[in-house]
Design a protein around this ligand. Structure first.
Ligand SMILES: Nc1ncnc2c1ncn2[C@@H]1O[C@H](COP(=O)(O)OP(=O)(O)O)[C@@H](O)[C@H]1O
Ligand SMILES: [Mg+2]
Length: 343
């Protein structure tokens, strides 16, 4: 202990001997997830996760005694991490008027099907994450292609007048499909293709990193991105964490990834559309034996959740499962060469 203290003293002295660091270079790193909290090690992070403390928010609202109980950390440490979590949370109060103004800036990207647009409250909303989940072949990726084209339409024609980023985890992006959809809308298909930036994500870390790089496209390259697609959100996470790592670890990563997406949506008023798979629920005897993977983390982070399935005679049925201000409802639509349309 003494040795450590002495070492610490020396380090401080070393620093003092150096040239003073210019103010602007000392970038205060903002803490975004609990594994970045200072003074707690990986074992404690693991215990926190296992006890359900997966976000800074959950730490910020905890009492010191609760954290001590969950992790055996000292009360002083608990108080410290709570204080740090609180200062790192953005707790700004907006007036109702400001919020309404913000809401009014939201754009809606239409799909080509009135029924599907209505289900989404007028189209896929900017400033939010919309999640479509369902079985293989349900139409999740088709809608992604349609949105990547239609987001480029001017606002008055049901678009958002911007570009699309497509994070492709399963190699499902098909430029030929974009051309078909664009041609049908009498858009210049080559230009439409140029306005879509596609990145193949090779694993979940790569996927998360790509999402973080989108800000550079907007800020550094000045690209007017209005849609971010992640197709599929969970495929890598699911594949990688089977038999490796812990559930808590996985949830932490997904949480961080989705927060990054939400921050993009909010900061740049763009739409995020993610697709998700379903897992069979053998324990469900009644109702629909399917549920989106990713559990509560994905559910809580998605603003809109739509369940897609095949309907009668080649139709598709979309069901709004979770939306902040919309009633649960269903829409029937069709996938065709031109994109999607009402039946
Ligand atoms: N050009 C097209 N014309 C009509 N239907 C199409 C076309 N391309 C794909 N589809 C339909 O879309 C389905 C695939 O949907 P997709 O969005 O890839 O499903 P998933 O939910 O697995 O992402 C195909 O089975 C087919 O029914
Ligand atoms: Mg797909």
């Amino acid at each position: 202990m003494r040795e450590k203290e002495q070492k610490g003293d020396n380090m401080e002295q070393d620093l003092e001997l150096d040239e003073p660091i210019p103010e602007k270079l000392i970038e205060k790193k903002k803490i975004q997830s609990i594994d970045e909290l200072p003074g707690i090690g990986p074992a404690t992070v693991e215990k926190l996760l296992q006890a359900g403390y997966t976000s800074l928010m959950s730490i910020a609202v905890a009492t010191p005694a609760e954290l001590v109980g969950a992790t055996e950390m000292s009360e002083a440490t608990a108080k410290k991490v709570i204080a740090i979590a609180r200062t790192n949370l953005e707790m700004e109060f907006l007036s109702g008027e400001e919020l309404l103004k913000k809401r009014q800036q939201c754009l809606r990207i239409t799909t080509g099907s009135k029924a599907l647009d209505t289900l989404f409250g007028g189209g896929v909303e900017t400033g939010a994450i919309s999640e479509a989940y369902g079985a293989y072949g349900a139409g999740k990726s088709q809608i992604a292609h349609v949105l990547a084209v239609r987001c480029q339409l001017p606002v008055e024609k049901g678009g958002a007048g911007g570009m699309a980023v497509f994070i492709d985890t399963e190699s499902t992006f098909r430029p030929e499909r974009i051309v078909q959809i664009a041609n049908n809308l009498k858009m210049d298909s080559q230009e439409v293709l140029r306005n879509i930036r596609v990145a193949r994500a090779f694993n979940s870390d790569h996927q998360a990193l790509l999402a973080e790089k989108i800000e550079d496209l907007i800020k550094k390259q000045g690209l007017p991105i209005k849609l971010v697609v992640v197709d599929s959100l969970m495929a890598h996470f699911r594949a990688e964490f089977i038999g490796r790592g812990t559930l808590a670890d996985r949830q932490q990563k997904i949480n961080k990834h989705m927060h990054a997406l939400m921050k993009l949506a909010d900061t740049y008023n763009l739409a995020v559309y993610v697709t998700n798979q379903v897992m069979a629920r053998p324990d469900t005897f009644f109702g629909d034996p399917t549920e989106a993977i990713g559990g509560h983390i994905v559910a809580h982070n998605s603003t809109y959740r739509v369940y897609l399935r095949r309907g009668k005679k080649g139709t598709r049925v979309a069901k709004m499962v979770d939306a902040p201000n919309l009633a649960e409802s269903e829409a029937i639509f069709q996938i065709e060469e031109a994109g999607v349309r009402d039946t």
